[in-house]
Design a protein around this ligand. Structure first.
Ligand code: HEC
Length: 153
């Protein structure tokens, strides 16, 4: 890949500065148990395992053992966010939409699709099967996106 030009690099730099500023000006989570903070952290932790798997597949650098390790991490993290969506936890700084609480059966269906797709990903990773891992990865990614489309700002 060609080296980014100076102007592109400067643009990227100011973009990340903006992102940082946006984060630090966020409304604090003042609730005693901090369910919003806890579920956001749980989602971020899932992303930290999930994203490197995608990078590996995209760059065609599939490393079966590293991939399996990341899939196991995802397996241990994928149940964490859900218990923090209790009643009365729709308050700022949440990015969840009211639909989470208004249509709980639909939210649960999205959650189940995600769990099932990630079952397939975890199995493919354990079997060291790159082709299956690739298709299962795409399914999991679609399941994250489908839920975000309906239930996240
Ligand atoms: C069943 C629905 C659902 C599924 C499936 C789901 N998410 Fe989310 N996700 C949400 C909701 C709702 C929020 C907003 C939480 C909040 O701000 O209170 C969110 C927030 C996030 C955030 C932002 C956290 C923050 O700090 O604001 C990340 C990152 C994220 N999800 C990643 C993922 C990834 C990666 C997957 C799939 C591997 C995934 N999510 C699957 C519903 C889902």
């Amino acid at each position: 890949m060609p080296r980014p030009t100076l102007s592109v690099r400067l643009a990227l730099l100011s973009l990340s500065a903006l992102t940082l500023a946006a984060c630090s000006s966020e409304i604090p989570d003042t609730h005693p148990e901090q369910p919003v903070t806890k579920r956001q952290q749980a989602f971020k932790a899932m992303l930290r395992s999930f994203e490197p798997m995608g990078t590996m597949l995209k760059d065609r650098r599939y490393d079966p053992d590293a991939f399996a390790r990341l899939a196991n991490e995802l397996a241990s993290l994928r149940e964490r966010p859900w218990s923090h969506f209790g009643p009365d936890t729709n308050y700022p700084p949440t990015k969840a939409l009211p639909a989470v609480w208004e249509r709980p059966a639909d939210f649960e269906q999205r959650r189940t699709s995600f769990i099932e797709a990630s079952d397939r990903l975890i199995a493919a990773a354990a079997a060291r099967n790159e082709a299956d891992a690739r298709s299962a990865y795409a399914e999991v990614q679609d399941s994250c996106k489908a839920c975000h489309r309906d239930f996240r700002r």
